[in-house]
Ligand binder design. Structure first.
Ligand SMILES: N[C@@H](CCC(=O)N[C@@H](CS)C(=O)NCC(=O)O)C(=O)O
Length: 193
């Protein structure tokens, strides 16, 4: 099984963090989108949108980072797994869609300069903080949703946000940042000269 990735972005890092956290037997293959390697004909056969991440397992070419997370969790029983009951699965789906539709969109707008007010993220942080009240992880136990969501708050932009009004979120974010998968998937930047 091979993951094509370029781990400088949250959608890539979340999958790499999951693989490293559980020491999964997945080959990690770097594809540098900045150098247009994702637009080469061979790669477009794997991911027709020419993006990363993508996972190849036998005949399956799977793309979309959250779909990859759920696949890995189901494929490797030693991980947190994904719930098999419909209510539990719906909870997972809800937070993964929320990440793609709301958190990623809002942070993307800030990064692109379309939105300039960091405070615009506060209502979303409040939603997460409320969900984490009385819970160690988003759905109680560690799961794919934790990887998908925490990674955004650990980006350069995520680190600039004000968490002072969100104690549950602060504690969870700290817990996640210290986890093996996130420590080992940190992109090491060259030391300033
Ligand atoms: N929703 C997709 C987003 C995939 C995506 O946009 N990947 C970016 C990096 S995060 C990429 O490959 N960009 C290069 C490009 O679009 O050429 C996912 O979660 O996998």
């Amino acid at each position: 099984m091979r993951l094509y990735t370029f781990p400088v972005t949250p959608n890539n890092r979340k999958v790499v963090a999951f693989i490293k956290h559980y020491d999964l037997d997945v080959e990690i293959h770097q594809v540098n989108f900045a150098k247009q390697e994702t637009k080469q004909p061979e790669y477009l056969k794997i991911h027709p949108m020419g993006k990363v991440p993508a996972l190849v397992d036998g005949d399956l070419n799977l793309w979309e980072s959250n779909a990859i997370l759920c696949y890995l969790a189901a494929k490797f029983p030693e991980t947190c797994g994904v719930p098999t009951d419909i209510e539990g699965r719906a909870e997972v789906d809800r937070w993964l869609h929320w990440q793609s539709c709301h958190l990623m969109t809002a942070m993307g707008a800030l990064k692109a300069g379309e939105e300039t007010d960091l405070e615009s993220l506060q209502p979303l942080l409040a939603v997460l903080d409320q969900q984490l009240e009385g819970r160690e992880y988003i759905l109680g136990e560690l799961g794919v949703t934790d990887f998908a969501l925490a990674v955004y708050l650990l980006t350069k932009l995520g680190r600039k946000l004000d968490y002072s009004a969100h104690p549950n979120l602060t504690a969870w974010r700290d817990r996640m940042s210290e986890m093996k998968g996130f420590v080992e998937s940190q992109v090491k930047r060259p030391a300033p000269k």
